[in-house]
Design a protein around this ligand. Structure first.
Ligand SMILES: Cc1cc2nc3c(=O)[nH]c(=O)nc-3n(C[C@H](O)[C@H](O)[C@H](O)COP(=O)(O)OP(=O)(O)OC[C@H]3O[C@@H](n4cnc5c(N)ncnc54)[C@H](O)[C@@H]3O)c2cc1C
Length: 429
């Protein structure tokens, strides 16, 4: 290595950045990985469940050594009103099979582990240092500036998360639009493992992933989530930034309402509140994907807009890991050619186009627009809860045919609206 110049500087020790640094260091490149948090993961937040396929290809059997919480074998989705919940549950050992397995993770532990893996592989890593700006010479990114100190590299990988202020400041991408992001708030409650297993019908390291629509977000576009950790429960809300003020409730009030809901309160009863956190999440899918590469730089993970929220599942971490992997591979190709220009780094985009990332973002490109429909979050939960109440509540009054009872609830939403939403829903997936 030239004394002042690295092969690669990676900004951000989240999943995208640490993956890229790990792969590049393994291949013998001089890599500097810079994380602004006091330790990797200290600034990061997720619901959260990691779909394992992406990291499994890079570190086979990673879950045996990584600090994962529980393997998800139970998926639940609920539509909620203030007092009721209509829940669909899918419990299957198939969810746990290698290749389709997924794990609940706590980023404070998990990101730290991956960051350490990058260091073990030979990357120079530093935490507690913020990159203030990119060095740009002759329209080419040539390094970074931290606290007035300049550090040069052939190429800079930007993995600095959803706002990617560095790219914006350097004029490499536009400011993130409020309509493209949501705000997430999360609380973690400590409970003994046995209590969690009894409350969720789990055994051993099995876990539950649970998403909610309706009253948790006060009928606004958004929803709730709950994930079982080993000895704690992560619970929270995600709300579209644009809609956050429409309910007249604060996020804090919504969290209180959610955690006190009759479906939720018994699950976290006697749990000790360990942590509260908040973070922004990219929500707009393909339309949010912005600049991906240029002369001397690549952008990956949330910073590139790689995140999928399709109502019944949220995926950002597997996209972050694979985009970090592909950014590293593009750098390795560029290194072979000794060319770090935009045209050389274009191989990153080609690899992304051939990966599940661009495929899945394209498949679900219309989903964010479909979800921006308040009926899904207020009228449909009420409709379902009304139908369920009519089916299951027997109070001795003369019965009506079920179709008549159900029709009353369907008409409240409007048959035309139902048909329109069903059609749009099908078209969006
Ligand atoms: C509420 C919520 C729930 C979610 N649930 C899920 C889920 O269940 N499953 C899933 O797959 N995804 C989920 N996501 C999305 C997922 O968390 C993100 O897609 C993922 O964290 C992106 O990883 P990343 O490495 O690109 O970015 P980040 O994790 O944001 O990492 C960026 C890193 O860069 C560092 N950084 C930023 N600026 C600088 C700087 N100037 N200098 C140095 N370092 C810097 C940050 O400190 C951070 O460590 C959720 C997100 C939220 C907010």
């Amino acid at each position: 290595m030239d004394e002042e110049k690295f092969d690669v500087i990676v900004v951000g020790g989240g999943l995208a950045g640490s993956t890229a640094a790990y792969i590049l260091a393994q291949q013998g490149l001089e890599v500097l990985l810079i994380e602004r948090g006091n330790y990797a993961g200290s600034k990061n937040m997720t619901g959260g469940r990691l779909y394992a396929h992406s990291l499994e290809k890079i570190i086979p059997n990673f879950a045996e050594e990584a600090p994962v919480e529980r393997k998800v074998v139970n998926e639940r989705i609920s539509m909620m009103t203030e007092k009721d919940a209509v829940t669909m549950s899918y419990h299957s050992p198939r969810l746990a099979e290698t290749g389709s397995d997924s794990y609940v993770v706590l980023r404070g532990k998990f990101d730290r582990w991956l960051f350490d893996k990058a260091e073990e592989a030979g990357a120079m890593v530093t935490a507690g240092i913020k990159v203030d700006q990119l060095m740009v010479e002759d329209n080419r990114v040539t390094g970074v500036i931290c606290g007035g100190e300049e550090m040069k590299a052939d190429v800079v990988i930007l993995a600095d998360g959803v706002n990617s202020l560095l790219a914006e400041k350097a004029g490499l991408r536009k400011r993130v639009q409020p309509s493209h992001v949501a705000v997430g708030a999360k609380e973690t409650y400590e409970l003994p493992a046995k209590v969690i297993e009894d409350r969720f019908s789990l055994t051993g390291d099995e876990g539950t992933a649970w998403l909610f629509a309706g009253s948790p977000s006060s009928g606004q576009v958004g929803g709730g989530f709950l994930y079982t950790n080993k000895e704690s429960i992560s619970i929270g809300l995600v709300l579209g930034l644009e809609h956050i003020t429409e309910s007249g409730k604060t996020l804090e009030e919504m969290m209180v309402g959610f955690t006190n809901h009759p479906e939720i309160a018994p699950l976290i009863k006697d749990g000790k509140l360990l942590e509260r956190s908040g973070h922004v999440v990219p929500e707009a899918g393909l339309s949010m994907v912005s600049t991906l590469y240029g002369d001397g730089f690549l952008i990956c993970g949330d910073a590139a807009g790689f995140c999928l929220n399709i109502g019944y599942m949220v995926r950002g971490m597997d996209l972050a890991i694979t985009s970090g992997e592909l950014a590293a591979k593009a750098v390795l190709k560029a290194k072979e050619k000794g060319d770090f220009s935009s045209s050389s780094l274009q191989s990153y985009k080609e690899m992304l186009d051939n990966s599940f990332i661009m495929n899945d973002l394209s498949v679900y490109k219309n989903f964010p627009a479909f979800m921006d429909n308040p009926r899904i979050f207020n009228q449909y939960p009420s409709m379902l809860s009304g139908i369920m109440a009519d089916m299951f509540i027997i109070d001795g009054k003369p019965a009506l045919p079920l179709r008549k009872k159900a029709m009353k609830h369907l008409k409240a939403v409007g048959l035309l609206n139902l048909a329109k939403d069903a059609l749009n829903g099908v078209k969006s997936v």
